[in-house]
Design a protein around this ligand. Structure first.
Ligand SMILES: CC[C@H]1O[C@@H](n2cnc3c(N)ncnc32)[C@H](O)[C@@H]1O
Length: 484
């Protein structure tokens, strides 16, 4: 099945809907597609994610948002209300459980029953499909701020149908960013096709006056991902979504730890995405950015964990990211208590408030970093379009096959896995091996030089050992994995 970046007709969407809604009994509650639109229109503007994001962007504010989700409806509502009231969350999620992410609704049902009988959440998120339309509406109505669906679902069609009709106004993910880092053996043709359904549904909401924001999953594997790699995936997903009628997008990036590189990454993500959306004919699109606090391993010690959270908060604020996704001091242990989640939020809010009136000055170092990220990202994006003979969907599929785009440490068999990232002497992410990325000599030499500087400082030859040391560094309280 060849997948092309072409807007679906509503006939095509409607012809597939019946089959999708039949995959779980709660799908029958949303058969009337226009009832969901009418419900969305009944919500106050204060509940609309896109509106709140654009207001924040216009006013130079960085909004704070947690991840959060538990098995049962009442407990999930209590959790979100606590994070809103005690955590000062500007935006709220519903993080979906792993069974639902794999469309394993039978096991999610079992998890719900066991959570009821045991009196505690035995799922690692909120099983929105099983709970269905009315319960999801209760969640949305129980808080005063906009609510977003956060998950990791390769086939997120039914989840979208139910949560959008229920009043969620932002939907995370995409056919690449929820495949390559999340699945081992699901083709990109399939997941891009599934997500064209989701984005076309959102396009239909938009055509009927309801603005739903879309957020491709920025961090990908969250392990030493160079900015040009995560930017490429985010921008291609933005283009694929825009083609289906999505107008509001939040593009994301996972903190790497070097302040200049992270600030450069957020600024270039905003600039490049706007450039490529316009260049490809998608006018009147509204782009915001989201900075994910450290996605790698966390220290167990809570005081140190607050240090990592604060560093992410400060970087997000100095980068003027529109939104920051907050970690908690329980990150090393697993699903946080609501108290720990609220602490992560308040720590972040403190840093964001104190840094609101400051930005990182445009030094030569920052300018060089921005220039390099743009050169690398444009080289990859332009090659994707070329190998796709002018089609972005065909291009990204072929580009992954050829290693033209390559996500480090991704489980997917459709990912080449030939690039090797490592930190330079200042902790910025460089490439020990650029694999088959379409980089010219200038880019390749830049990375070689930066890594060589670290080798000289550490008196060792650049090698794969640097990559291993960098992966374990944070657990030892460091950023750069120095030799013992
Ligand atoms: C993308 C992975 C991140 O999502 C976080 N996460 C996953 N499920 C939940 C959850 N149910 N509540 C809070 N945080 C969560 C997890 O701690 C990790 O930081």
């Amino acid at each position: 099945m060849e997948v092309l970046n072409k807007k679906w007709s509503m006939e095509k969407l409607m012809s597939l809907r019946k089959e999708i809604l039949a995959t779980w009994p709660t799908g029958s509650d949303v058969e009337d597609i226009d009832a969901g639109i009418e419900y969305q229109k009944s919500l106050p503007k204060s509940k609309n994610f896109a509106a709140k994001l654009l207001h924040a962007k216009e006013n130079g504010i960085t909004l704070v948002q947690p991840r959060a989700g538990v098995a049962l409806v009442n407990e999930h509502i209590g959790l979100l209300q606590f994070l809103q009231n005690e955590g000062q969350a500007d935006l709220l999620p519903s993080t979906i459980d792993s069974y639902t992410r794999q469309n394993r609704y039978q096991e999610a049902e079992k998890g719900i029953q066991e959570s009821i009988s045991s009196g505690r959440s035995l799922l690692n998120g909120f099983p929105a499909v099983n709970h269905g339309l009315e319960n999801c509406r209760r969640v949305v109505e129980s808080v005063n701020v906009p609510v977003q669906v956060r998950h990791g679902t390769p086939d997120a069609r039914l989840l979208a149908e139910i949560t959008l009709a229920a009043g969620f106004t932002d939907y995370e993910g995409g056919g690449i960013s929820y495949n390559i880092p999340y699945a081992k053996n699901v083709s990109l043709e399939k997941t891009i096709y599934y997500w064209q359904y989701v984005d076309r549904l959102i396009g239909y909401y938009h055509e009927n006056g309801v603005v739903i924001n879309r957020e491709p999953f920025g961090p990908l594997t969250g392990t030493l991902v160079p900015p040009c790699i995560s930017h490429t995936v985010a921008i291609v997903e933005a283009i694929l979504a825009a083609e289906q009628g999505v107008h509001n997008l939040t593009l994301g990036y996972g903190q790497c730890g070097n302040l200049v590189q992270d600030v450069a990454a957020i600024q270039t993500l905003q600039e490049l995405s706007e450039e490529y959306l316009l260049k490809n004919g998608y006018e009147n699109r509204h782009v915001t950015t989201v900075f994910h606090q450290w996605m790698g391993g966390f220290p167990q010690d809570e005081a140190k964990a607050f240090g990592v959270i604060s560093w992410g908060a400060a970087t997000a604020a100095l980068a003027k990211a529109t939104k920051v996704i907050v970690k908690t001091p329980h990150e090393a242990m697993g699903i946080p208590t609501k108290e720990a989640n609220a602490q992560g939020l308040r720590t972040t809010k403190q840093l964001v408030n104190m840094l609101k009136d400051q930005t990182l000055p445009l030094t030569n170092e920052l300018a060089e970093e921005k220039e390099m990220i743009k050169k690398e990202t444009r080289a990859i994006l332009d090659t994707i379009l070329k190998v796709g003979d002018g089609d972005w969907a065909r291009g990204i599929i072929r580009a992954f096959e050829a290693g033209i785009i390559d996500v480090p440490f991704a489980p997917s068999r459709y990912n080449a896995g030939r690039i090797l990232p490592a930190r330079d002497n200042n902790g910025a992410i460089r490439m020990l091996d650029t694999g088959d990325l379409p980089f010219d000599k200038e880019i390749i030499d830049f990375h070689k030089k930066k890594i060589a500087e670290r080798g000289e400082a550490e008196e060792r030859e650049p090698s794969f050992q640097m990559v291993i040391d960098d992966i374990y560094a944070i657990g030892k309280g460091m950023l750069v994995g120095r030799p013992n």
